[in-house]
Design a protein around this ligand. Sequence first.
Ligand code: HGY
Ligand code: MN
Ligand code: MN
Length: 417
Amino acid sequence: MSGARLLARLDELARIGPIDGGGSCRLALSDADRDGRDLVVTWMRDLGLDVVVDAVGNVVGTWSVGRGQPVMTGSHIDTVRTGGRYDGNLGVLAGIEVIETLMQAGLTPPRPLAVAFFTNEEGARFQPDMLGSLVYVGGMSVEEALDAPAIDGPRLGDELERIGYAGSHPCPSAAPHAFVELHIEQGPRLEADDKRFGTVTGVQGISWQEVAITGQSNHAGTTPMSLRHDPALVAGRIVVFLRDLATRYGGDQVCTVGKIDLVPNLVNVVPRSATLTLDVRNTDESTLRRAETEITDFLAQVAADEGVTISTRRLARFEPVVFDNRVVDLIETVIDERGHSNMRLPSGAGHDAQMLARVCPSAMIFTQSHLGISHNPAEFTDPADLVEGTDILLDVMWKLAHTEFSAHAHEPAIGKP
Ligand code: HGY
Ligand code: MN
Ligand code: MN
């Protein structure tokens, strides 16, 4: 395995859509995303992989050797606006490196190996997140996906056409034999517990909604406080309510308001409207539902209190996912055999693996994220961990290619994700 080649490619990809601090901004289906896609497709084609682009722009490069369905790896190369250089990119470039290493070593697996990058994993420009892999496994229709509106306006289908990634390969695609994704943890646990790698048992539940608050635009100087119907105030109360809810629930509960838009957004105008996004997650489905119910009740109450109207729009909703214990065990065994400390943990972030888990035995490998920072140019993972994580991925893929899974439904990893 050539660590130098992997690290050089990570650097080269990071330079597409560069932002201060060494990160990248490649929002899904933007020009920068197109340029990143073109670069990675070039690396796939230079390797002689069979590259297909499907109807929602997912790209899969396959080393067509052996027989049967491929062992697949991959992730995403779209980023948030303040993206780091490893989120998603590591999993895609490590997959290419694994195949190139085996080719150069003259080691041919009994099954094809495939590496994919999926469209709009981040869910930052279009919702839901993991949209491409969701369509890939048949969880969302191509038509619905192509009609998804970007937060800046265009239809997803029109953007695919514009950047030249409206592929012809049909969705859903045939299920791979197995799927394994290498990804940075994006949280603080591995480093805090001094564990070098993570064996990921599943992904927590995700609930995204958009809340639109309509009040009464008015003059900031002349309107008495008692006569205001102020959407900005209501937005602020919602932010505080979510923080209090997460504090009350404790445990894995997280709540985030990441986006607030005021209209007309001017210093001397009581806003007419406020539109905000709610990102609420928990590893336990019943707790997540309880949180959603509390939020719904609060929105009704605060609308009545402040004399505003509130409407909501569902942006994403995925229940917690538990990965296949057979793949989780295999990953843990490989890391143990290579002599590295590791721990089992659920993923706080969403990943394409949670969608592939619907159709084939799937799991993930985590590397540490320094100080748990991610979705931030300061995202950092020790290069030695990136390289060793890729070697772990190679071992896992090689073993999966030599593993036959019995037909019965996957055996979920022990306990909640
Ligand atoms: O939002 C997430 O968890 C992921 O980054 N799409
Ligand atoms: Mn990611
Ligand atoms: Mn991300």
